[in-house]
Design a protein. Structure first.
Length: 378
């Protein structure tokens, strides 16, 4: 059985919606983007949404619209996809990494306040793997210290933290719709906010700095970060199907939890009482039977057995260009590094059957056993 790491959930409805746009002759800047924006704003509990070409471009625009620039520091997590820190570098500001909480895998709340200094202007907070833990507290910390909170919720679409929708925290949130995400538009992203001026600013920035005047009048330095009508048409249908999509993901996560709860090799993600995870990926952590290096062996063995897996995530601060830019060394964020060398993502997609999950778990167990036996015999 060949089981991929992820797979988009596209039905005939999405396909028909794309065909309809293709026949309409309006392929960009049309009614589908607006309708998709409204659908996402509703799910995120926000007044405004601005469709953009990717989660990364959305984060970039949020940094600009929040007025972050050279000399500013922005607090963020080292345990994420690189875009959550790259957006800070895009505006020539400095990422100030704070270590993570081993339970939520999100930024460690106890360390955030200590990291705030005179140059700190903002926090980019991530719901890692869709885990919503800590958002309400981060919002309070940001308010108390007059910092802009940007929620990088690229991995959390449809989830809730403290009974509030993911995307509703801080000045603005950014979703990403790459094909491995809860909903996809192929490529795409969305900024959500309650701040009308912030939304207007982002709308202008995504459209070459135009501001509603003539097509060739440019108010400010802008970008082409527009989202197409075709992508938006897919997104509208995905939003209409969101309850069904999230239910499927909860079902698959529950299958894994049931089968791995008493597993002797891996530690499962833990959720707080008020948190409703919107499952992005299913990431497990190898326990202390394993040593550094073993995880990569387990990944190799799983792949040899045609099980899709990956090392989500290598620490951002140790990526070569980040080390060059910021001078970080191994040991700077020990929890992140410890977790990072032990985590692996298992296959996770809406149409996974119980038999597929059984096969993944049986293969994972066999691979873990093999790696441990091999090491002991060395
Ligand atoms: C936490 C996080 N931030 C940002 C992004 C960037 O999104 P995109 O790939 O749409 O640019 C991703 C996507 O993988 C992500 O997981």
């Amino acid at each position: 059985m060949n089981i991929p790491l992820s797979k988009p959930d596209i039905t005939e409805r999405e396909i028909e919606a794309v065909v309809e746009v293709m026949r309409s002759e309006v392929l960009s800047i049309g009614p589908k983007v607006e309708a998709f924006e409204q659908a996402v704003a509703k799910i995120a509990g926000r007044q405004h949404a601005v469709g953009v070409s990717s989660g990364t471009s959305g984060l970039h625009l949020c940094m600009i619209a929040a007025g972050i620039g050279p000399g500013d520091e922005v607090i963020t997590t080292p345990f994420s996809f690189v875009a959550s820190a790259n957006c800070i570098l895009f505006v020539n500001a400095t990422p100030k990494f704070v270590d993570i909480d081993a339970r939520t895998l999100n930024i460690d709340l106890d360390q955030v306040e200590a990291a705030i200094g005179p140059r700190t202007k903002a926090i980019v907070a991530v719901e890692t793997f869709g885990h919503p833990g800590g958002m309400i507290e981060l919002e309070q910390i940001a308010q108390k210290n007059e910092l802009v909170l940007i929620e990088d919720c690229c991995e959390g679409f449809g989830g809730q933290a403290s009974k509030r929708p993911i995307g509703s925290f801080g000045r603005a949130g950014v979703f990403g719709f790459y094909p491995n995400k809860q909903i996809t538009t192929g490529e795409g992203g969305m900024i959500v906010t309650d701040d009308e001026r912030f939304a207007d600013h982002c709308r202008s920035l995504r459209n070459q700095g135009r501001s509603g005047m003539s097509w060739l009048a440019h108010q400010r330095l802008g970008y082409n970060y527009r989202l197409t009508e075709i992508a938006s048409a897919i997104g509208i249908v995905q939003c209409e199907r969101i309850d069904e999509i999230l239910a499927q993901r909860r079902r698959v996560a529950a299958l894994y939890v049931e089968r791995l709860m008493l597993n002797k090799y891996v530690i499962l993600p833990t959720l707080g009482e008020d948190d409703h995870c919107s499952w992005f990926v299913f990431v497990v952590r190898l326990n202390d039977l394993f040593e550094p290096g073993d995880r990569d062996e387990v990944i190799r063995e799983l792949r040899l057995n045609q099980i899709g897996t990956n090392n989500y995530f290598p620490p951002i601060h140790l990526q070569p260009y980040m080390r060059d830019a910021l001078g970080h060394q191994p040991g700077d964020f020990p929890i992140c590094e410890y977790v990072s060398e032990r985590t692996l993502a298992l296959p996770f997609f809406n149409t996974m059957t119980p038999a597929m999950v059984d096969h993944v778990v049986a293969t994972l167990n066999a691979c873990c056993e093999k790696v441990l036996t091999k090491r002991k015999s060395r």
